[in-house]
Design a binder for this molecule. Structure first.
Ligand SMILES: *Cc1c(COP(=O)(O)O)cnc(C)c1O
Length: 423
C-alpha cells in the first residue's frame, strides 16, 4: 500500500458514514424546496446561518459567560457570544440580553426560575385562545410547578380581553403576568398588560417568540422597556436558527444569567449561538425591515382572500404574520386535522389549531393556522398570496375531490418552481 492511498482522500461525509441519515437530510431539503411552508413558527434560514450552526463550535464547552468561563480555550466562543449579544441589543434596544437559552421554552424557564418560587402564581392566556405550553399548561413544568390562572380573548372580537385580564389579575393576585402568544393574529398592547401587572404588583413577561422579527423591524410595537422581561425565539420571524433569548433591564441581568446557567442549562450550544450572531447581523441589514413589512402585508392579503372565499377569520383579520381560520361556520363537518392532511397531500404545510371557544379536542381541533414568514423569505408577495389563498380554499371546500387536489398540487409546483430555495 502506498503512502498516498493510506492517507484519508477527503473528509468523510454523512453519506459515507450514514447513508440513511444522508437520505433524510436530502429528503428534508427537497421537501422544503417542493412545499409551501406555512407553519407560522417556521422560516428558512440562510446558508450562512446553517454554515455557522454546522461548525466546529459544536465541539466546544463554554459554560459561563464571555470573559468568565469555566473552561479553557474559550477565546473564539467569547467573540461569537459577544457579537451575538451586541447585535441583539442593537436589534431590540435591550439593556441586557442572554443569548444562551436552547429554546424559547428554556428562555421562559430562565425568567420564571429567576423571579418565582415553586407555588407562585402565573396569569397567562388560555392555550385554546392562543397561549403556549410554557405559560402554565398542566403537561409542562410550569403547570406542575406554579399555580396558574388564565385570561381569554373576547369571544365576540377575538381580541385579548384586557379588561377581563385586569379583573382576573385583581382577584387572582399573580406574581407574574405573561403576554405574547402562539396563535394570536392581532397586535399585542403590551402597555395595557403592564398596567394590569403594576396594579397588582406582579412582574410582566412578554414572550415575543412568534414576533421577534416583527418587533426588531418595528412593524409590531415593542415590549422592551415596558415589560420587566422579554423572551423570544430566534427561528420564527427572525432567521437566526433554532434557539431562545432573554432581554431585561440591567437590574435583573445577574439573576437572569444565573437562572439560565447554571440554573436551567449546562454548556451553551455555541454553534447555535454562532448561528444567532449571523442571523442577527442579517437582520440588521436594511432589507430586513422590508422583509418584515412584507410578511405582514402577505398575511393581510391571505386573510382578505380567505375571507372572500367564505372562510371565517378569527378576529376578522391580522396585524401580524399569521392568520387563524375557524372552520366551524363555513365547514362544520371538516376538522382542522382533515384540512391539514388534505393540504399536506398537495404540498401546502400548515397546522391544525385550536380556536377561541374550541369545541373539539386539541388533537383534532376546529381551526387552521397559516403563517407567511417562510413564503416571504422565498420571495412571495401579495399576488402569490392570493394564489395560495385560493389553493387553501379550494382544498378545504373539496378535500376528497381528486381533480381539485391535482389542480392544487400543480399550482403548488408552479409556485415553488418559480421561487427556488437552497439551490
Ligand atoms: C414557539 C413559542 C415558544 C418557544 O418554543 P420552543 O419550541 O421552546 O422554542 C415560546 N413561547 C411562545 C408563545 C411560542 O409561540
Amino acid at each position: 500500500m502506498s503512502q498516498e492511498s493510506a492517507r484519508e482522500p477527503r473528509p468523510e461525509t454523512v453519506r459515507d458514514i450514514d447513508p440513511e441519515i444522508a437520505d433524510a437530510l436530502g429528503e428534508e431539503k427537497q421537501r422544503q424546496r417542493d412545499t409551501l411552508a406555512m407553519i407560522a413558527s417556521e422560516n428558512h434560514v440562510s446558508e450562512a446561518v446553517m454554515e455557522a450552526q454546522g461548525s466546529a463550535f459544536t465541539n466546544k464547552y463554554a459554560e459561563g459567560y464571555p470573559g468568565a468561563r469555566y473552561y479553557a480555550g474559550c477565546g473564539p466562543s467569547d467573540t461569537v457570544e459577544e457579537l451575538a449579544i451586541e447585535r441583539a441589543e442593537e436589534l431590540w434596544g435591550a439593556d441586557h440580553v442572554n443569548v444562551q437559552p436552547h429554546s424559547g421554552t428554556q428562555a421562559n424557564m430562565g425568567v420564571y426560575t429567576a423571579v418565582l418560587e415553586p407555588g407562585d402564581k402565573i396569569l397567562s392566556l388560555e392555550l385554546d385562545h392562543g397561549g403556549h405550553l410554557s405559560h402554565g399548561h398542566p403537561a409542562n413544568f410550569t403547570g406542575k410547578t406554579y399555580e396558574v390562572e388564565q385570561y381569554e380573548v373576547d369571544p365576540d372580537t377575538g381580541y385579548i380581553d384586557y379588561e377581563g385580564l385586569r379583573e382576573t389579575a385583581e382577584s387572582f393576585d399573580p406574581d407574574i403576568i405573561v403576554s405574547g402568544y402562539s396563535a394570536y393574529p392581532r397586535e399585542v398592547e403590551f402597555e395595557r398588560v403592564q398596567e394590569a401587572a403594576e396594579a397588582v404588583d406582579a412582574y410582566h413577561l412578554a414572550d415575543i417568540a412568534h414576533i421577534t422579527g416583527l418587533v426588531a423591524a418595528g412593524v409590531h410595537q415593542s415590549p422592551v422597556g415596558v415589560a420587566d422581561f422579554v423572551t423570544g425565539s430566534t427561528h420564527k420571524t427572525i432567521r437566526a436558527g433554532r434557539g431562545g433569548i432573554i432581554m431585561c433591564d440591567e437590574e435583573y441581568a445577574d439573576d437572569i444569567d444565573a437562572a439560565v446557567f447554571p440554573g436551567a442549562q449546562g454548556g451553551p450550544l455555541m454553534h447555535n449561538v454562532a448561528g444567532k450572531a449571523v442571523g442577527f447581523k442579517e437582520a440588521l441589514q436594511p432589507g430586513f425591515e422590508q422583509y418584515a413589512k412584507q410578511v405582514v402585508e402577505n398575511a393581510r392579503a391571505l386573510a382578505d382572500h380567505l375571507d372572500e372565499r367564505g372562510l371565517e377569520i378569527v378576529s376578522g383579520g391580522t396585524d401580524t404574520h399569521l392568520v387563524l381560520v375557524d372552520l366551524r361556520p363555513s365547514h362544520p363537518d371538516t376538522t382542522g386535522g382533515e384540512a391539514e392532511e388534505a393540504l399536506e397531500s398537495i404540498g401546502l404545510v400548515l397546522n391544525a389549531n385550536t380556536v377561541p371557544g374550541e369545541t373539539r379536542s386539541p388533537f383534532n381541533p376546529s381551526g387552521i393556522r397559516a403563517g407567511t414568514p417562510a413564503l416571504t423569505t422565498r420571495g412571495f408577495g401579495e399576488a402569490e398570496m392570493v394564489r395560495v389563498a385560493n389553493i387553501i380554499a379550494d382544498v378545504v371546500d373539496a378535500p376528497n375531490d381528486e381533480d381539485v387536489l391535482a389542480a392544487a398540487s400543480d399550482e403548488v409546483d408552479e409556485l415553488t418552481d418559480s421561487h427556488p430555495l437552497y439551490e
